[in-house]
Design a protein around this ligand. Structure first.
Ligand code: ZN
Length: 495
């Protein structure tokens, strides 16, 4: 499938259904300009001389946004699913195994692992990712000549696969409160806030100027959630790792800087009870209380996980406009606990989704798990359905809400110019095969719920970013090469 011949030619995509405005609509065409932006959604009879791409037996949906990823952790898949001898396996024992892998990767290995991860994301309908990136140094802790070398390898991988990326550069100052330095963390540590901020500044400037070189800065969007214009493909944000790894003064400096430069802030918050108790010991406050009382929460802040929180903590997210990113497939894998999504939504807190450790990559599985974990806990069904909301959606309302977490809310969290199929936003979308056995028999009235609750990844057929196809007929153009390189890497790492 090619879409480029005439640089001014508009393209009309004609699937059987388009999911736009919270509804599956039939008899619609998605029209994009040659720069890859959506122009309008119209009836096919209103088309003029657009080049038509027919997509029979397909539903077309906005590309999903994966708001929390550590791309290199894909190398661990299948390698940690056992109990260490005589010990209780937990997040902390998993972390030791993850560190062992993290210390072995060369810059090229990080590129190859990231390519594999982003390829898998693309194949599942993800078109943008928030990469929470904390590998900065050589394995012995010495700085590379370019302190952003590894960040750039990850950005390069996203660009080669075709995904948009928010590189959320991690601040990691210490092992923990009154804890000795851990040599396994040598690749992450920037103990001095000034050094960290200088490196972020340099990364931010260079991704901005890359956008300018591509002529993207002239296409500024009126949408406030878009930091660089509708065609931005890579941008920077800040990510203080956690209250455990970043002491309060350092944290304040990072957050002040982000405010000044209007950057997104992501932070692991209350993933594990031990993190909460260590914070209480150090500051006499829980992590959320610390962030709230120090005035560090805001609309640009996303708390990743936010599982072990109090009702007061949930209210403080609501009061400040801070958002939460849940990662249910990882949280269940690591035994972290259950995100109280019902309480967050009741308070109006925005929830996005991430695949985090990449135990598996399927953002729709994360969307359905957000609900399913609560069903098991509360012994109820349809826990997150809110009957006070849009009554016209009825049976699709819960699915629409979960899909919003996987799209619009993720885009807002990482600052992507996407999330919904609307004019003047990038044409980032994916299609599903209506005859895939997992969703066959769907009609506009139940299709979204079938997709959200039951579709298998094989249903995803086309993935388009900025009007450009990156996956066609369920395959990425460079799939064989990327998988082959990753197989070689895994052999090198694990034998
Ligand atoms: Zn994480």
């Amino acid at each position: 499938m090619t879409t480029e011949t005439d640089p001014t030619q508009k393209i009309a995509w004609l699937p059987e259904f388009i999911y736009a405005g919270n509804r599956c609509q039939s008899n619609r065409a998605l029209v994009c300009d040659a720069a890859g932006a959506i122009v309008r959604i119209v009836e096919p009879s209103e088309l003029n001389d657009e080049k038509r791409i027919n997509l029979p037996r397909r539903a077309l949906l906005p590309g999903m946004v994966n708001a929390h990823s550590h791309a290199f952790q894909r190398v661990l898949r299948g390698r940690t699913e056992y109990r260490g001898s005589g010990q209780r396996d937990s997040f902390w024992t998993w972390r030791d195994k993850m560190y062992a892998a993290a210390t072995q990767l060369s810059p090229e290995d990080i590129y190859d692992a990231s390519c594999m991860t982003f390829l898998e994301m693309a194949l599942t309908g993800i078109t943008a990712v928030g990469e929470f990136h904390y590998l900065h140094h050589a394995p012995d802790g010495s700085a590379y000549e370019d302190p952003n070398l590894l960040a750039r390898e990850v950005i390069r991988a996203a660009g080669d696969i075709g995904l948009r990326i928010a590189l959320l550069r991690v601040a990691y100052a210490r092992s923990g409160f009154q804890r000795p330095a851990n040599p396994s963390q040598a690749r992450f540590i920037e103990a001095d806030a000034d050094v960290y901020l200088k490196n972020v500044e340099e990364l931010n400037q260079s991704v901005r100027s890359a956008s300018v070189r591509k002529g993207l800065a002239n296409q500024r969007s009126a949408r406030t959630r878009d930091p660089y214009g509708p065609a931005a493909t890579a941008w920077a944000g800040v990510a203080p790792h956690s209250v455990r790894a970043v002491p309060l003064n350092f944290l304040k400096q990072v957050i002040d800087y982000a405010k000044e430069l209007d950057l997104k802030i992501h932070m692991h918050v209350a993933e594990q009870p031990a993190e909460v108790s260590a914070c209480v010991e150090e500051y006499g406050r829980t992590p959320v209380a610390l962030l709230q009382t120090e005035g560090l929460l805001s609309e640009r802040f996303t708390a990743v996980h936010a599982i072990h929180v109090t009702p007061k903590g949930i209210a403080s997210f609501a009061q400040t406009g801070a958002a939460v990113c849940a990662c249910p497939t990882t949280e269940r894998n690591l035994g972290d606990g259950v995100v109280p999504a019902d309480e967050y939504l009741k308070h109006g807190v925005t929830l996005s989704l991430g695949t985090d450790s990449h135990a598996q990559i399927d953002l729709l599985e994360d969307a359905r798990e957000l609900e399913y974990h609560l069903r098991l806990q509360r012994l109820e069904r349809a826990v997150l359905d809110d009957q006070s909301q849009d009554t016209s959606l009825n049976s699709q309302r819960l699915a629409a809400r979960l899909f919003e977490c996987a799209t619009v809310n993720g885009a807002r969290s990482i600052g992507a110019p996407t999330g919904a199929l609307e004019a003047d936003t990038p044409a980032d979308f994916f299609t599903v095969d209506l005859d895939d056995p997992s969703i066959a028999g769907g009609s506009p009235g139940d299709l979204l719920a079938s997709i959200v609750f039951a579709s298998s990844r094989s249903a995803v057929r086309e993935v388009v970013v900025g009007g450009k196809p990156i996956v066609s007929e369920g395959r990425h153009l460079n799939q064989e090469e990327i998988v082959a390189r990753f197989n070689t890497l895994q052999k090198k790492l694990w034998g």
